[in-house]
Design a protein. Structure first.
Ligand SMILES: C[S@@+](CC[C@H](N)C(=O)[O-])C[C@H]1O[C@@H](n2cnc3c(N)ncnc32)[C@H](O)[C@@H]1O
Length: 277
């Protein structure tokens, strides 16, 4: 186990709504404050399906990780934009299939650092680490002692980024950052992405104003913009789809009950997984 120093004073800025805590509201968590709940209510008013969409996304992330640790045989994960720990966490799902899995988590929100203890409870033969880091500084992520101590960049790594990239300002060149991260990983590494989909997100224009008022830029991405992240990879079947359409499980009931037919409009999200060629 290794982690960024959690003893430093942390300013949680509870007066402002934060994406990690708003997502926590939608997932039914308890790590959120009145400002987050107020923003969650605003979002739900404009996008009534948002709570279901959040859960469908979470299920996609966990299904993709099961696929990666299972069929794809990946044993190393770099998860950027981790979010507040929620059960199960990514490493718990990977280690259920492959106990030796190693997972490095990274997020820039201090509330995730404050709750990162849950991310360190690894299987005995696996390993986890948490980095307090910003996606927009890939060099810091790649050079961090936590990452270097936990992952072997000579072996395939799955770079996972669930509902992260629509929070990145285009001036910070998210495509170039993803490329830089994938360039550091060997052939056979994987890229898992889900993003807020511009074409499917009715009312997102006014939501952007609401988030801007909280000091957070929200920029939903088109399907083409999302596909460009996968340049240099081969998309795994079924390609870039709504999260509940990505290899739905039939063996266990899932939270969002895709069998009830939520439809793409219920999850304004693009989700996909590619393998580096
Ligand atoms: C909606 S949550 C997604 C959680 C999880 N990945 C999932 O899909 O279930 C998005 C996370 O991205 C984080 N985030 C936003 N911008 C970031 C940045 N520039 N660098 C690192 N993390 C960021 C937020 O703090 C939040 O925890």
């Amino acid at each position: 186990m290794s982690h960024t120093d959690a003893r430093a004073p942390i300013d949680l800025r509870t007066d402002r709504a934060h994406p990690a805590r708003i997502y926590d509201v939608f997932l039914g968590g308890k790590t959120n404050y009145p400002a987050d709940r107020a923003m969650a209510a605003t979002v739900a008013e404009k996008m009534p399906s948002v709570q279901l969409a959040a859960r469908l996304n979470r299920e996609f992330v966990l299904r993709a990780v099961r696929y990666l640790a299972g069929e794809a045989g990946v044993r190393q994960f770099l998860d950027i934009g981790t979010g507040i720990p929620t059960s199960p966490n990514l490493h718990e799902v990977a280690q259920e299939t492959a106990p030796e899995s190693r997972v490095v988590y990274a997020d820039n929100d201090p509330i995730v650092l404050a709750h990162s203890r849950a991310l360190h409870v690894s299987s005995a033969v696996g390993r986890t680490a948490y980095i307090q880091a910003d996606f927009t500084d890939p060099e810091a992520i790649l050079a961090s002692a936590e990452l270097r101590d936990t992952l072997d960049l000579g072996q395939p790594v799955a770079l996972t980024m669930g509902l992260l990239l629509h929070w990145i300002d285009p001036k910070d060149e998210p495509h170039a950052v993803v490329r830089r991260l994938m360039d550091a990983l060997p052939v056979g590494s994987c890229l898992m992405i889900s993003v807020f989909a511009r074409e499917l997100a009715g009312g997102s224009a006014t939501l952007q104003d609401d988030f801007a008022a909280e000091g957070t830029a929200l920029r939903p991405l088109t399907r083409d913009e999302t596909l460009r992240f996968f340049d240099g990879t081969e998309l795994i079947d079924p390609g870039l789809v709504a999260p509940h359409e990505w290899r739905p499980r039939t063996d266990v009931p899932e939270i969002g009950d895709p069998a009830a037919g939520p439809g793409a409009a219920s999850a304004p999200i693009w989700a996909g997984l590619g393998v580096k060629k």
